[in-house]
Design a protein around this ligand. Structure first.
Ligand code: NAG
Ligand code: NAG
Ligand code: NAG
Ligand code: NAG
Ligand code: NAG
Length: 453
């Protein structure tokens, strides 16, 4: 029993020593364990067998210790904004996605290998991080045959073009002066934070600057800015690393201003001006009718330019213009009817209306008198077509001379009634025109203020 214990101790010591002796060369060599033997790099081109051990490992994440997460750096360049479809809420853009990561199994000594510091390897032979865009709503049409850049320290740069159809919450209320804020969220499909960490290769303002310079299209949309955020995504108990880019784009409104807003504004202006057509000549209502017809045709033709979904402010603006035209046409019809009525069979004017009108006329009397002095005709003396022959105007005196006082009195009274009603119609026209103008300007100002926000 006595000899057994030191024997055991000696055996343990031997084991420990042999372990140490075995381990120490392995430890010192560990940085070189995966170095690629590049004895023939410069003589007969690159020999695949040197890389075969690396290529064989491509099924697994390239790490020495599986509990070390792989750090993937992301950068991208937005090279075109192809389409923004508000109906299906889709932004179609074109980006160059750049991924950077380290593969510890690739390393060589450039001095031994003919000074080669960087190689291009077909990407199919390497492990690639499964970075995808969360908003991406299409199948990935990444072209095959892409290559990756590998340097002598195992740093890999992989670049791929992507046509990104990403969903984006598009708000077209301010069309055509709208800005959209779309997100592109880069994330790993399966690797959690324990396996993969995402980082930025460049600062986000560099990405925005490069993209702004690169976007050649003078299309409808221009890039405003790119911002980023790094929210982590929690799905059940797993945490995924993410980088979210906010791509802010703005519509160039010129096309819509020239084709939609300006013509519409002109038509409304003409509609307002048509109030100056004298209501007594039967021109106003047909003119307004023609204008309304023209506006309807204009809206039909320009319908293609409008967004298909949602209710943009411009739709409200068009509806407003159209209803203003309809209202002014109705006003013209009503006044024509009124004039026609009062000149053929004037009803007695209600007392309150009469005194109100007299008040108004007295208030404007002064200005009228000064106008009359300037030589403009008295509006109450206008000639109403179809009312009576010119001879009748001087009627009372003639009738008096003809010796029929009874009928003359009746005619005079009738004439007075007609006059007061005509005056009333003209005043009503002016009043409605003022209300119309106030409404047009206030609604236009409201719309413009809403747009300029
Ligand atoms: C590299 O491989 C060649 C044979 O292909 C061999 O002769 C040479 O010793 C190897 N070099 C090292 C450093 O292992
Ligand atoms: C590549 O290297 C291996 C051994 O390292 C050698 O057997 C083979 O002939 C080489 N192939 C070429 C094309 O040089
Ligand atoms: C891997 O790394 C973890 C933490 O860094 C360490 O605890 C573990 O011992 C390592 N495993 C190996 C086999 O080196
Ligand atoms: C990623 O970027 C960070 C900071 O820019 C840098 O320290 C790190 O080395 C990069 N890693 C890779 C794999 O490129
Ligand atoms: C886009 O939205 C994000 C988050 O709501 C915000 O942080 C960012 O400032 C917005 N960008 C613009 C240009 O409005």
């Amino acid at each position: 029993m006595e000899g057994g214990w030191p024997h055991q101790e000696r055996w343990l010591l031997c084991l420990l020593l042999s372990l140490l002796l075995q381990d120490s060369p392995a430890l010192t060599q560990s940085s070189n364990t995966f170095a690629i033997n590049c004895s023939g790099f410069d003589e007969r081109g690159l020999n695949q067998t040197a890389f075969q051990s690396v290529f064989d490992r491509k099924a697994f994440r390239p790490v020495v210790n599986i509990s070390i997460p792989t750090r993937v750096n992301i950068s991208f360049t937005l090279s075109a904004i192809l389409e923004v479809d508000a109906r299906i809420q889709l932004l179609t853009s074109f980006i160059w996605l750049e991924l950077f990561w380290d593969n510890p199994f690739i390393s060589w000594n450039p001095e031994e290998c003919g000074g080669i510091k960087e190689l291009t390897v077909a990407a199919d032979n390497l492990w690639l991080p499964d970075i995808f865009i969360v908003e991406f709503m299409d199948i990935d049409r990444t072209p095959s045959g892409l290559v990756a850049n590998v340097n002598s320290k195992g740093h890999i740069k992989y670049k791929k073009p992507m046509k990104v159809n990403s969903i984006c919450s598009l708000d077209i209320f301010y069309f055509p002066f709208d800005q959209q804020n779309c997100t592109l969220t880069f994330s790993s499909l399966l690797y959690t934070v324990n396996d993969m960490l995402l980082g930025m290769e460049k600062e986000v303002w560099e990405i925005a600057d490069t993209s702004r310079h690169l976007i050649q299209t003078q299309g409808e949309w221009q890039l405003l800015s790119i911002n980023k955020a790094t929210p982590k995504l929690t799905v059940r108990s797993s945490l995924y690393d993410q980088i979210t880019f906010y791509v802010a784009i703005q519509r160039r409104p010129r096309l819509y201003v020239i084709n939609l807003l300006v013509p519409s504004g002109f038509l409304i202006a003409i509609d307002a001006l048509s109030f100056f057509l004298p209501i007594e000549s039967d021109n106003r209502a047909p003119f307004k009718m023609t204008l309304l017809l023209g506006y309807t045709v204009f809206l039909l033709m320009m319908n293609d330019l409008l967004p298909v979904s949602g209710t943009p402010l411009i739709g409200v603006y068009f509806a407003l213009c159209l209803s203003l035209m309809v209202v002014s046409l109705l006003e013209a019809i009503f006044l024509t009817y009124l004039l026609n009525l009062v000149t053929t069979q004037p009803p007695p004017m209600p007392h309150w209306l009469h005194s109100l009108l007299r008040c108004y006329l007295r208030a404007t009397d002064f200005s009228k008198r000064s106008q009359k002095e300037n030589g403009s005709p008295d509006p109450s003396l206008i000639h109403l077509p179809g009312l009576k022959e010119p001879g009748v105007k001087a009627g009372p005196g003639k009738a008096w001379l003809n010796g029929d006082p009874h009928s003359t009195w009746a005619q005079l009274e009738q004439q007075q009634k007609v006059d007061i009603w005509v005056k009333f119609s003209l005043v009503l026209d002016t009043l409605l025109f003022c209300i119309y103008l106030i409404f047009v300007t206030s609604s236009l100002i409201t719309v413009i203020i809403l747009w300029s926000n």
